[in-house]
Design a protein. Sequence first.
Length: 322
Amino acid sequence: MEESRIDMPRSRKAVRRRVAVALSLVLAIVAVLVAYGVWETTADPDQRDAAAGGTTAQAEDSDGGWTSVGDHEAQAVPEVSQWTEQSTQAAQEAAEAVSSVVVPQLDALFAGAEYAVKVVDLADRTVPVSVNENEIYASASTYKLYVAHSMLSALDAGTVTWDSALNGTTLRECFALMIEISDNDCAQAWMDNVVPRDEVNALAASIGATSTRFAKDEVTTTTAADLATILTGIYDGTLMSASSNEVLIDALESQIYRDGIPAGIGESGVVADKVGFLYGYLNDAGIVYSDKGDYVFVILTNNSSWAAIAEATAIIYDALPA
């Protein structure tokens, strides 16, 4: 595999700022429309009539309030729960529309290979794409996401420090090597000498990654669903302290293998991801901070290529709503 490093001109914070500005404008427009609807319903009829320049007949209702029966009939304002339900339904329908377009293209792209994909919209937690998400795959080095969680949890608990010895160097150095250049020795040394594999398994299971398995001298296995679970937790900041979470995301943004998901996203966003490659398995799992919003992308393959993973990413991203 050819290694490459892509300089990323924008940070995830810059992408978030652009998305936040657009979202703020949309929310402001919605707020104005909602306020107008409430005013239309609750304002004194004479005020509504004066504002509209028309005449309105009035009748007292059974509760002693006023109901417009003339030019401006009273309008019912939907309940917040109704808006939420409609919004959720719309988001789900949009996700299903993406899936119907994307999955046939992915099947054709990965013809002759095995693959699993899970994409999560981090705004509403819908799943625009899910293919074989619970199938067991060799994790390759994506397992280091779980080891990183173990390391940082121990750091937060105070059982180790960044200067603790590990594999002939410090935890700080080992952590950086493990994530940024996918060093194997540091990850194995952690599980051999500090936190055993069964405890890493238990920690993964505790966050919902219940299909991931670590065992001494065996290939670690996981699923697209489990990787999406840990990445969603990292995005939410619920798995560790804020400072540890930031360290991990920064390291994932800095890792050197950029031929998969990052190549497929290109200039449209910033990707914090962890790759894995072992025998015929090529895997990529990351958080995408993009102009279309924030997403988790997980693509696991056997007998495929980085170019195909990049193309799959582009196919999915292009189909996502703006």
